[in-house]
Design a protein around this ligand. Sequence first.
Ligand code: HEM
Length: 381
Amino acid sequence: MTIAQAVKWEERVMRAAHPVVYPLLQTARRPVLRVPGLGVLVRDAGLLRSTLMDTATFTKTGPGSPSDLWTPVLGPAVLLNMEGADHLALRRKLGSLFAPAYVEPLAAASLPVSQLTQRLMAGETVDIVAEVKRYASAMIAQLVGLPLESIDEELFDRVSSITRFVRLARPRLTPAQVGVARGILDELTAHARTAYRSGDEQTVPGRMRALGLTEDEAMGAVGAFVLTGTETLVSYIPRLVAVLVDSGWLPLIAADRSLAEPAIAEGLRVTTPSPVMLRSVVARGSIGPVAVRPGDRVILATYAANRALGPFDPGTNVAAQLKQLWFGAGTHFCLGAPLAMAQIRLTLDALLDAGDLRIVSRSAARGVLIPSYASLRVARA
Ligand code: HEM
């Protein structure tokens, strides 16, 4: 097991997801450059952060930005397609939903992780991707207010079929794709609407009502959480496990749990599950030496920037200097980060409790937006 093995598999996962764009992004050597047909490409962590912080010049609402992609599906006011005072007000209202006191029990309820340890201890081979998909489906159920017994892992697959439509070179969905995506989300938000109207604070939509969100705001937020918050975890947790096993770090961390937090941060840095962020330029400005003008599309290549800082190493933990750039920066910093971290910690703890692991077989997912394994079967070493 070596770092080279970890790097080789990470490459495969990225290429399987984006066979054309990923190699293209890798050939770019300069920190900022204009790529005809794509936009202004930024692959330096410092420049990336300053672009994210400058919301007067770079927004998520102009042409080629996430709002072009998601507004037709999710509606006009769902955080990730908003800026300014309205955005801030909605984030404030949602704030307490992501406080540790709320997300930790929410994560614990949807993750039957003790069974994961027991199954591995009993000698079973477990597909970590299938396992985390089940957790993600349970999380979606909680977010939309469905009882946990009524769901299966297909719920996750239905949701992720929406993001499969997105390609970097195609900034909008076709009308047919919008129709399919809306159908899937409408089905989910139908449950969320019932939960919202009942006002039952045990459900997430009911809690949103108590926090002062209108019904439309709550339905938009549910859609945004389901779309942004489930695939990233189904991508990240198996990739973290693979990196830990490939690099030989897993038994070291099992023996010294104080290394678990640096390992999670380093894993997030080298995998950067949301590999690219998009912005639209609304005022003249520059990114490093490259001048930008209104209408330009900016591609923030977070994965490339984070990886450029070296291979996975919880010992040195270069991730610590990045202020969690893998969750973004500034006003759009990932709202779900506390929930994501709670789920990651619970799953990693359960795996570490099972002792040293080996990878029995694996395959990378093809043609997906968020690079992931299609399967990662592990057993006790
Ligand atoms: C490892 C897991 C995750 C990663 C790597 C991740 C990454 C990100 C990134 C990079 C952004 C900023 C995008 C930008 O500025 O363009 C973001 C925003 C967001 N994330 Fe996450 N995310 C994760 C999990 C979650 C979860 C579990 C949820 C909720 C259930 C969630 C909800 C959101 C929302 C609502 C936004 C939009 C915030 C805004 O625009 O104000 N994310 N995420």
